[in-house]
Design a protein around this ligand. Structure first.
Ligand code: GRF
Length: 208
């Protein structure tokens, strides 16, 4: 048997895992040439774990309380991903700040999806922030993760309108549709194309 030549990715979750599902679906449909080597959760009750199991993907629950401190925890994650030959780490609703040990193990290879057009509305409740601010447009951003919250170089974005009768829920649902579209696309692009960082800009090589 020949080894699967597709690049190996990991998805880190904390909750319901709809973005994880969009990645699973993209792999199954052949839109994303990758293998999901493992799904890691910091919570044993994350519903996304069931999505992974249903797709036959290896899962791992790492409870931060069982580690001495943040760095030790991040080192443990980095170790689990490294031994599985992971090339790209995709945060998908992973509700923890990622620290240096993990970022250093995967330099410019940790991605996140955020439900706003960054750099607007960083942090928690981005959809509520956009609504309460009175923004007319919001959206979703896929970005490289740095040690600053929701601040890394932008890989992909999609905009949606904010409507007069929106609630946080209706706006979040409209943004989520775009999240599910652009996250697998962005992962595929990063894996398939050659790219580099020019300052904060992610620049794809035109000939790849
Ligand atoms: C998404 O809105 C994502 O942008 C944010 O957390 C949420 C995760 O949702 N980082 P899900 O677990 O992927 O359904």
């Amino acid at each position: 048997m020949t080894a699967d030549p597709r690049p190996r990715i990991a998805v880190l979750i904390s909750g319901r895992g709809t973005n994880l599902q969009s990645i699973i679906d993209a792999v199954a449909a052949g839109r994303l040439a990758a293998t999901i080597a493992v799904v890691v959760s910091n919570r044993g009750d994350a519903a996304g774990l069931d999505r992974a199991r249903a797709a036959g993907i290896d899962t791992l629950v790492l409870n931060p309380r069982e580690y001495a401190d943040r760095d030790t925890y991040d080192r443990a994650i980095a170790h689990e991903l490294t031994v599985r030959g992971v090339r790209l780490v995709c945060l998908a609703g992973f509700m923890r700040l990622v620290g240096r040990p993990l970022l250093d193990a995967f330099p410019n290879r940790v991605l996140n999806i955020h439900p706003s057009l960054l750099p607007s509305f960083r942090g928690l409740d981005a959809q509520r922030q956009a609504l309460e601010h009175g923004a007319r447009v919001s959206g979703a951003t896929v970005h490289l993760v740095t040690s600053d919250l929701d601040d890394g170089p932008i890989v992909a974005q999609a905009a949606v309108p904010v409507l007069d009768d929106d609630t946080v829920e209706t706006l979040a649902a409209r943004i989520l549709v775009e999240e599910h579209r652009i996250y697998p696309e962005a992962i595929a692009r990063l894996l398939e194309r050659r790219w580099s960082l020019q300052g904060r800009r992610v620049v794809f090589d035109a000939f790849t």
